[in-house]
Write a protein that binds this ligand. Structure first.
Ligand SMILES: [Zn+2]
Length: 227
């Protein structure tokens, strides 16, 4: 399937006035609708999250609350809103994910999940820890998108992600916007907090063109992509 965000890029480049585009875009932001679809952030998940903060990030506290300065965009590599919700709902990670399971039993998850039509679902409070990106979970909000390499993310998802980023930037002091494939850049910087220097996984999601589209639509926010 041919995605349409090339079209957005082409229009923006033709018009050549990003400030005007962004001003128009900002006004459209009023229509942001977030559908609540909470996973069970149970006592067990809470305890595992507090333990994750301590053991992985070296942060000792009595709650799983984070102070977000970063947004990380992902794709799910298949599935549907309901199958991904069900998958994230379990407090513990499945046995087949050996590399991850070895360092913590906490299941993976994300604060937000966006469908192919651009509908935004919130799975947990946006400042609760979710396990979605090694080294930076303690300061990063994760946004998953239904899609994969074979099923590239849609124009609706580009727009929805940009709207959500704009919304979160009003709420928190967000400095960075990255795709999961870019997170390794933060290794060997003070932002990276992971007790095992060898614990790393290589990612390709959510795709370069997708990131380019979201970045153009949020250009006025001056979010950084590098440490
Ligand atoms: Zn990812």
């Amino acid at each position: 399937m041919q995605t349409n965000y090339k079209k957005i890029l082409a229009i923006l480049l033709l018009v050549g006035n990003f400030n005007k585009i962004n001003a128009a875009y900002t006004q459209r932001d009023t229509a942001l609708n977030i559908i609540q679809l909470p996973i069970n952030y149970s006592k067990e998940r809470t305890e595992l999250s507090i333990e994750y903060l301590k053991n992985r990030h070296g942060i000792e506290q009595s709650t799983p609350i984070i102070n977000p300065i970063m947004i990380v965009l992902h794709f799910t590599d298949g599935g549907t809103i309901h199958s991904i919700h069900d998958y994230f709902n379990a407090p513990t990670i499945e046995d087949s994910r050996q590399i991850n399971k070895k360092v913590s039993a906490l299941n993976v998850g994300s604060q937000f999940l966006i469908d192919r039509d651009g509908k935004i679902y919130q799975l947990m409070p946006d400042n609760y820890l979710a396990r979605h990106a090694i080294g930076i979970n303690y300061c990063a909000i994760g946004v998953e998108n239904i899609g994969s390499e074979k099923e590239p993310l849609t124009e609706e998802q580009v727009i929805a992600n940009a709207k959500l980023v704009r919304h979160l930037c009003k709420k928190y002091k967000i400095e960075y916007l990255i795709g999961h494939s870019e997170y390794i850049k933060f290794r060997n910087t003070p932002i990276w907090k992971e007790s095992d220097p060898k614990y790393i996984t290589y990612k390709t999601d959510p795709g370069e063109k997708f990131m380019e589209g979201v970045r153009i639509l949020t250009m006025d926010l001056n979010l950084k992509s590098n440490p």
